[in-house]
Unconditional design. Structure first.
Length: 496
């Protein structure tokens, strides 16, 4: 569907390469580029954090006055571009709220005490920025809790005048993060308690940014079809399942694409040897490079299991490495494998992984995020482990498929939508899936993959070749978002 003449403002708390804590930032930037290629007049608004230099930006407005509480907060507006694109990026500047270390919290992951104020400014700033630019979007597309108030402001305070024909779309990237704050922060938003409260429970004393967006956005999307179904259940809905079931007709699951310019073993500038599904010799050379990088004995016959992840409960690390019960120690001691893990996260997990590494010569842990190492792990590993408790979409399993690194994943969210189960009889499939998240289940599914490596190598090669030819394009996803925008516009206009 052509997007010509459609105007869309994306509002996000992060976007690569300017600010990143997770997959949200990758998705927002990639979507913006894809929409631009489809003919959409798409623009992006985000805060000007301390990590973003103003030297390459253009100052647009130095005297924005944004309502915050009963007063107005001064702000400035700068313009830049997404790299290698013509997508404008507007940066909302307020030194006291944004020019500090961290996006949501400090270096110890402690949330900033004034986050309600910081992100209310971003929500209200979206309207102030559009007015300053004299540019009226057809759709304001917001992402996760930091922008969840935009649909409510659009409905209650911006429903007439400049924005009277503007629709709102909210994308849920991870419903586990909702932006809840004490009731006393309500005054900052100047919104009604009944519309911003955390729940319908009379005992509630919290406000909830995401819930406001879920209630008032013209259309809701999330990042995979399976996750769209899961979050309407009590198990995965994080308390929002009832509301999402009520709005089931307004909720669309759109699978994320991936950036094949950055993640392609045929051209990846961050790996030492290139390869394709038709010529895999470079993967064997990358495997050797990874083994040397990890101080493992180079051994082409021994499979490498890679992980790149936040070290948190959601990603299955309780079941994987809890002291005395996690399955990682058993995997490393009872299977002829090498395991490499890259990531940072909860202190207990970092401490336990460090302790396991000191006891296990075939385990290497990098407690950092290093993009070059991440690409080398994807290219050099034979398997990629993602035992997620829930996974709205997931990107690494899609990167792994492209690199011929067979995913070992829990059957949830986007993992279920992108990985096809191995058939031991025929050799079909692109990975290994399991259901119950327990240490034993992780051990068993890894053991199954390792068994296939040593006993069905021809199946592994066939799966690898098949996986590398799968495509999850942003072009397809952008087309689905265009359809969602049209639907949101129709609903907004019918409501008006």
């Amino acid at each position: 569907m052509a997007g010509t003449s459609l105007k869309v403002l994306l509002v996000s708390s992060e976007a690569v390469p300017f600010a990143k804590t997770g997959g949200l930032s990758d998705v927002v930037s990639a979507l913006a580029v894809s929409l631009k290629q489809a003919g959409v007049d798409v623009r992006l608004l985000m805060p000007l954090y301390s990590s973003i230099q103003t030297s390459g930006l253009t100052a647009l407005a130095n005297k924005l006055a944004i309502p915050l509480g009963v007063l107005e907060e001064p702000a400035r507006l700068y313009e830049g571009r997404l790299p290698e694109s013509s997508v404008p990026v507007y940066f909302l500047a307020n030194d006291s709220l944004y020019r500090r270390g961290g996006i949501y919290g400090d270096r110890n992951n402690v949330p900033f005490a004034d986050n309600a104020r910081r992100f209310t400014l971003l929500n209200r700033g979206a309207f102030a920025a559009c007015r300053a630019l004299k540019w009226r979007p057809d759709v304001i597309h917001v992402h996760d809790w930091p922008t969840g108030l935009v649909p409510l402001y659009l409905r209650r305070q911006e429903s007439e005048g400049f924005f009277e024909r503007t629709a709102s779309v909210l994308t849920i990237h991870n419903i586990g993060y909702q932006g809840t704050f004490p009731k006393q922060d309500l005054f900052v938003t100047q919104l009604a308690w009944e519309e911003l409260r955390d729940s319908d429970d009379e005992e509630s004393t919290m406000i909830n940014f995401l819930r406001a967006g879920l209630r008032f956005a013209d259309l809701l999307t999330t990042v995979s079809p399976t996750y769209a179904r899961e979050i309407q259940t009590a198990e995965y809905g994080a308390g929002m399942d009832g509301l999402l079931r009520e709005r089931g007709d307004d909720l669309v699951g759109i699978l994320n694409g991936i950036d094949y310019e950055s993640w392609d073993p045929e051209s990846d500038a961050l790996i030492p040897h290139h390869y394709s599904h038709a010529e895999l010799s470079g993967k064997e050379l990358d495997k050797r490079e990874l083994q040397l990088h990890c101080n493992f004995p180079p051994d082409p016959q021994k499979p490498i299991i890679g992980m790149i992840s936040r070290l948190v409960d959601q990603k299955g690390f309780v079941e994987l490495c809890s002291p005395g019960s996690g399955s990682l120690y058993q995997i490393c001691t009872e299977m002829a494998v090498q395991v490499v893990i890259l990531g940072t996260g909860e202190p207990w997990c970092e401490t336990e992984l460090s302790a396991l590494q000191s006891r296990l010569p075939n385990l290497r842990v990098f407690l950092e995020f290093n993009n070059r190492t991440a690409h080398l792990i994807e290219a050099g590993s034979d398997f990629f482990l993602m035992p997620s408790r829930y996974e709205p979409c997931g990107l690494n399993q899609m990167y792994s498929l492209r690199y011929g690194t067979l995913p070992i994943v829990r059957r949830t969210g986007g993992l279920a939508d992108t990985v096809e189960q191995y058939d031991q009889a025929s050799g079909d499939g692109t990975g290994f899936l399991f259901d119950d998240l327990t240490p034993r289940s992780i051990y068993d599914v890894v053991g199954w993959a390792v068994w296939a490596w040593y006993n069905r190598r021809e199946h592994i090669l066939g799966m690898r070749t098949r996986a590398m030819q799968r495509r999850f394009s942003w072009e397809k996803a952008a087309g689905e978002y265009l359809a969602a925008y049209r639907k949101a516009i129709d609903r907004r206009r019918s409501r008006a």
